[in-house]
Structure formats: structure tokens, C-alpha cells
Design a protein around this ligand. Structure first.
Ligand code: ADP
Ligand code: MG
Length: 265
């Protein structure tokens, strides 16, 4: 399995949204991407996964750019979107099954695998319910089932636990770990220190740039070590969900833990 290399990525829409992003996202590891709302997490994931074309620089996987010129991700890439991206009138099982069929899995087999994927997230009993009838947390787990069922080489999860209670968060982190263990590059954008702590590597964004998170990020009981060579540069991306994002966070979140302290502290 291959790492994802992000080199000199910049992204501008009227203004720079990401700048100077240099990162290696390693196969077999869970990498956290933290930062306050609007810091560029979703934009960076979108560039890493080939949904957005960087203004400068590139993201590569297995030696080839993830951007293919169309905004369609490569087949090795799977997303768990912050806005879920589910089809409301389809059932939970159909929403998952569609992703498998799009990758060439036979429909009957896709249906079975979809049920197995929902079972991983303890929502097999909701398989035949229309997604629009489900709660936010249930939808989030359907989106996770869909993202994780395809055996992607690169799995990009955007705030995948924002709607979940602690038990389900642990379940999801366990499933993301399984994906890393089979060799995938797993990247999790998150506000949640507990999610960061469950990861092997951590990169923090602030205002579109990578920042030193070793001191500025006040993570209690952190077991993360500084990554001396990890790119600490500016960054910039955006995607389609900033407007919707607040609805995904049931409670207001305190981003201060991810902000740099005032100079002099
Ligand atoms: N399509 C877009 N056009 C212009 N600005 C955008 C677009 N999408 C996001 N942004 C802006 O880019 C910045 C980073 O957004 P985003 O990547 O969604 O941050 P995060 O996921 O960390 O909350 C924000 O200031 C946001 O308003
Ligand atoms: Mg976001």
C-alpha cells in the first residue's frame, strides 16, 4: 500500500484558503487533521481525495496525482463526507450498496456486503429504512458503512463522529483502525481531542496553514509526539459543506483547544 504525498499545496478561491501544505499521510496509519471551523480541513481532504484541483502543488497516491481533471475521485479513494452525501429516499442498505455497485460489485453481492457493512456499525436493523427517516447519528453511521465497505486504499473521513455518543465514537474509531490495519491511508478531520488521541499522527490547521500542534494544541493526556519533519506550512482548501456544517454539531464546540495560544505563552 502506498502513502499519500501532499506537496506544496495551495488553494485559492478569491483568497488563499490553503497555503504551503506539505504532508505525508501514511498507509497503515490513522492520521488526524484538526483545526477550528473554517481552518481548511474539509478543503484539504477534498484536495487529497481528488475532488478539488489545487491552485498549486499536488497530492499524489501510488505515484499519480489524485486530481484526475474532473473532480471524480480515483477508485482507490473513499470519502465519509461531513454532509454524509446520502440519497434521502433510498434505504440505508441501498445507499451503501450503490457504492459497491459503482465499483463493479454484482448487485446481489453488493446487497449482502452492504448489510455486513451496516452490521459493523450496529445499524443492520435500519437497513430497510429510508435514510431520511433516520437520526443524524444513524445517518452518520450509514455514511461510515458506505465509506468503509469498499476496501479503499485511501479513506478520508470528515468529522465522522460529530453526531455520535461516546460508545458509537469508540465503535467508529475501532472500525477506522481496522481500515488502517489492512493498510489503508486513513485520515480523519476532527474537532474532537479524543479522536485525535486515537490516531497515530496529527496535523493541525489554522487559517489554512499547518501549525505546530505540539504546544499550541492543548490535548489532555496526549500521546502524540512532535513530528519534527512533518510539514508545518500554510494550507488552503474549501468544499461544499461549510454552510451545513453547524447543523452537524449538535452542541456548540469549543475550538479553543485547537487554536494557537497568544504569542508569549
Ligand atoms: N467553495 C468555497 N468558496 C470559497 N470559500 C470557501 C469554499 N468552501 C469553503 N470556503 C472557505 O474556506 C475556508 C475553509 O473551509 P473548510 O475547508 O470547510 O474548513 P473546515 O472544514 O476546517 O471547517 C473557510 O473560510 C470557508 O468559508
Ligand atoms: Mg469541514
Amino acid at each position: 500500500m502506498s502513502d499519500v504525498q501532499v506537496r506544496g499545496v495551495r488553494y485559492e478561491v478569491d483568497r488563499p484558503l490553503l497555503a504551503d501544505i506539505d504532508l505525508v499521510l501514511r498507509a497503515g496509519e490513522m492520521t488526524a487533521l484538526s483545526g477550528p471551523s473554517g481552518s481548511g480541513k474539509t478543503t484539504l481532504l477534498s484536495i487529497v481525495g481528488g475532488l478539488l484541483e489545487p491552485t498549486a502543488g499536488e497530492a499524489t497516491y501510488d505515484g499519480a496525482p489524485t486530481w484526475r481533471g474532473t473532480g471524480d475521485p480515483r477508485p482507490e479513494v473513499a470519502f465519509v463526507l461531513q454532509v454524509y452525501g446520502l440519497v434521502p429516499i433510498l434505504s440505508a442498505r441501498e445507499n451503501v450498496s450503490v457504492a459497491l455497485r459503482a465499483r463493479g460489485v454484482d448487485p446481489v453481492e453488493a446487497d449482502e456486503q452492504a448489510l455486513a457493512a451496516l452490521t459493523r456499525f450496529h445499524i443492520a436493523d435500519l437497513a430497510d429504512r429510508q435514510v431520511e427517516e433516520l437520526s443524524g447519528g444513524q445517518m452518520q453511521r450509514v455514511a461510515l458503512a458506505r465509506g468503509l465497505c469498499v476496501g479503499a486504499g485511501v479513506l478520508l473521513a470528515d468529522e465522522p463522529t460529530s453526531e455520535l455518543d461516546e460508545g458509537n465514537r469508540a465503535l467508529v474509531l475501532g472500525e477506522l483502525r481496522r481500515e488502517a490495519e489492512r493498510g489503508a491511508v486513513v485520515v480523519v478531520a476532527t474537532h474532537d481531542p479524543a479522536v485525535v488521541e486515537a490516531c497515530d499522527a496529527h496535523h493541525a490547521l489554522d487559517d489554512g496553514r499547518l501549525v505546530d500542534h505540539t504546544e499550541p494544541v492543548h490535548l489532555a493526556h496526549t500521546r502524540f509526539r512532535p513530528e519534527p519533519s512533518a510539514s508545518e506550512a500554510p494550507a488552503t482548501p474549501p468544499v461544499a459543506d461549510p454552510v451545513v456544517a453547524p447543523a452537524q454539531d449538535p452542541a456548540p464546540r469549543d475550538d479553543s483547544a485547537f487554536r494557537r495560544p497568544p504569542a508569549g505563552r
